[in-house]
Write a protein that binds this ligand. Structure first.
Ligand SMILES: Cc1ncc(COP(=O)(O)O)c(C=O)c1O
Length: 496
């Protein structure tokens, strides 16, 4: 029998229940050994705030964030060596310029000397937000910036400039509708009502892809087009918070009619054809450890409407970060992120990456843990209220904070509360907690870092904690309840 005849008879490689990863380990780091007693002591010392817990003591998975924690490819490591640390127009500047144009479109990077400056490199996503909203905040009074879900730093940057950051979550998210794939969508009806009533107070409409605040859920192309057209009907620029653009494009390809045969790169170009600008943290879908940027469409509404802003942004960038051709990044970091940006739209990488997160989430679900379904692109979100349903846990016991602390101490896995504590605030006058709509613990999966076995261990640990949920005590805030961005700074202790 010819070998090909035999192969044709066998199940095809893609049909097997276990598939190999589309990459292999390039270098590894051995973990140090610590006991749950060691971790509990240190955690108590840092006021149960998991951000202050030493990462070297994490014996399990560090799922605090997917940001800046990517394992880099060997092309990226090689490109680091090609870093050129010249003060002006280093090699990385040309690499990133070419890659931005390829990935998002030529209109997002004017060649120096041709047209207004429209591409601003920054060292993080939030620095780009700061640059943008510092200028937008000066346009008028009582401004509102609506979004399908502002990230915490985005909301904080908007509010620091005396504007209101308004979240218009999709009904499908808040109503928990099952089987709907685009729960990250903008609530178009609420956006329409807002614009009918107050369009003169809206300087731009913002859309986060995927929607980190709303369970990491993606946004459909239909919703992008609708939100963009609606904003444009009122003469308002439309922007992306584009951190996870490639993951969002993958969901469109897999779940939206008409995109199944389209290449990820073309879907990305179509998505970005709808926006007048975007902010970006390369620490997610740049596969980089550092980097950010603000990009304005050369022929877009923002550039037409706010003609003086690009020039001011350029000065701002020089004052705060450095020459526009390196924008606060070392030449080697720029090389690594240009290389990462080229890799992130790879079909096999994205399929593996998102399916890994899905399998992790479905593993939790199968173990009885209430997770937001369907699973989003970069993280699994546990619904804290359902987790503690029918227990003594009260909203201001901050069950999500308590759950993260117990998980870290007992099993060495780090997750992060994105719920009543992170997004809520303390009303100093009424002395009550103002609660947000969502109450999650997020398990963000770093790119290219963990294997199935690691993530299974987290799901197993969560199953045990769920079985013992009655015994998990709430926390008391001992410091920082009334502070802004309090989750980064606060301290807690267990109530009993
Ligand atoms: C949706 C979103 N926007 C903005 C940011 C801020 O990016 P950076 O951490 O680079 O400042 C993040 C970071 O996690 C994010 O998830």
């Amino acid at each position: 029998m010819k070998i090909t005849a035999l192969i044709n008879k066998l199940p095809q490689e893609g049909q097997l229940a276990s598939l190999p990863r589309p990459y292999f380990n390039h270098s590894v780091e051995l973990k140090k050994a610590f006991s749950s007693k060691d971790r509990a002591e240190v955690l108590a010392r840092v006021g149960l705030n998991v951000f202050f817990f030493p990462s070297e003591m994490i014996t399990g998975c560090d799922l605090l964030s997917d940001s800046g924690v990517t394992t880099m490819t060997n092309e990226q490591w090689a490109s680091l060596h090609m870093g050129d640390e010249a003060y002006g127009s280093n090699r990385g500047y040309f690499a990133i310029k070419d890659q931005i144009k390829k990935t998002f479109g030529d209109v997002f990077f004017n060649e120096p000397g041709t047209g207004e400056p429209n591409a601003f490199i920054f060292h993080q996503g939030r620095t780009s937000e700061d640059a943008l909203f510092t200028q937008i905040g000066k346009i008028g009074k009582n401004l509102i910036v609506p979004s399908n879900g502002h990230f915490d730093t985005t909301g904080a940057n908007i509010e620091a400039n005396q504007m209101q950051a308004l979240n218009l979550f999709a009904d499908e998210l808040t109503e928990g509708e099952k089987g709907f794939h685009f729960k990250g969508n903008m609530n178009i009806e609420r956006l329409r009502t807002l614009l009918e009533k107050a369009h003169d107070r809206v300087p731009l409409v913002y859309m986060t892809i995927t929607n980190n605040t709303a369970g990491g859920q993606p946004v459909s192309m239909e919703n992008i087009v609708e939100a963009s057209s609606l904003a444009h009907e009122y003469g308002i620029p439309f922007f992306f918070d584009a951190c996870r653009f490639a993951e969002n494009a993958w969901f469109i390809q897999q779940h939206e009619d008409g995109f199944g045969d389209m290449d990820i790169k073309d879907i990305v170009l179509k998505m970005f054809s709808c926006v007048d600008g975007f902010t970006m943290s390369y620490k997610k879908d740049g596969l980089a450890n550092m980097g950010g940027g603000l990009f304005l469409r050369a022929d877009g509404l923002f550039m037409k409407k706010y003609q003086n802003i690009p020039g001011v942004l350029l000065d701002y960038q020089i004052l705060k970060e450095g020459h526009p051709t390196y924008g606060g990044l070392s030449g080697r970091d720029i090389m690594a992120l240009a290389s990462g940006l080229a890799t992130v739209t790879d079909q096999e990488y994205l399929t593996y990456r998102i399916n890994q997160v899905r399998d992790f989430g479905e593993g939790m679900h199968a173990r009885g843990i209430p997770v937001v379904m369907p699973i989003g692109g970069h993280a699994v979100y546990v619904d804290v209220n359902s987790f503690f349903q029918n227990t003594k846990m009260k909203p201001d016991d901050f069950g999500g904070v308590a759950l993260c602390a117990v998980l870290l101490a007992a099993y060495g896995h780090r997750a992060c509360e994105l719920g009543y504590f992170t997004f809520g605030h303390f009303d100093k006058v009424k002395k009550v907690e103002i609660l947000p709509e969502v109450n999650f613990v997020r398990f963000a999966v770093p790119r290219l870092r963990y294997e199935k076995q690691d993530l299974d261990a987290v799901a197993e640990a969560m199953k045990i904690l769920h079985a013992h949920r009655e015994e998990i005590p709430g926390v008391r805030v001992t410091y920082g309840r009334e502070l802004s961005l309090r989750h980064f700074k606060a301290k807690f202790e267990f109530k009993s």
